[in-house]
Design a protein around this ligand. Structure first.
Ligand SMILES: [Zn+2]
Length: 114
């Protein structure tokens, strides 16, 4: 079920750089990323933080140089849809909800200004 949630919006491509790490949720991405700033290779530890208007932003940091990355953002409506995807009783309903969810997720702004 956790894997299902992680893939709720789009399957993350094999990450080679933090900017390529994309997911709709979960706290951790399997696989490694290379920091755009210092080229350190690391496993991104995603955390979700409130965006101030009811949604969340998925972020992680380079453990070496502490540069911050933004993997995705989900607005308030998207969070509600994500919960409903998790509780969907049928595949058909789940697909329907996922299609709606896509419009509420912004992917990969990547490396944030230092
Ligand atoms: Zn770095």
């Amino acid at each position: 079920m956790e894997d299902e949630l992680l893939l709720a919006v789009s399957p993350p491509p094999p990450p080679t750089r933090p900017a390529d790490v994309m997911t709709a949720g979960g706290e951790h991405i399997e696989g490694q990323a290379r920091c755009d700033a210092c080229e350190h290779l690391f496993t991104p530890a995603l955390r979700e933080e409130p965006d101030g208007s009811g949604g969340v932003v998925g972020r992680f940091d380079c453990p070496h140089c502490e540069r911050r990355y933004e993997a995705y953002a989900i607005d308030a409506r998207g969070l509600s849809l994500r919960e409903r995807v998790a509780g969907a009783k049928s595949d058909r309903h789940r697909r329907h909800l996922k299609a709606q969810l896509k419009a509420h997720v912004t992917h990969g702004r990547g490396l944030l200004p230092a």
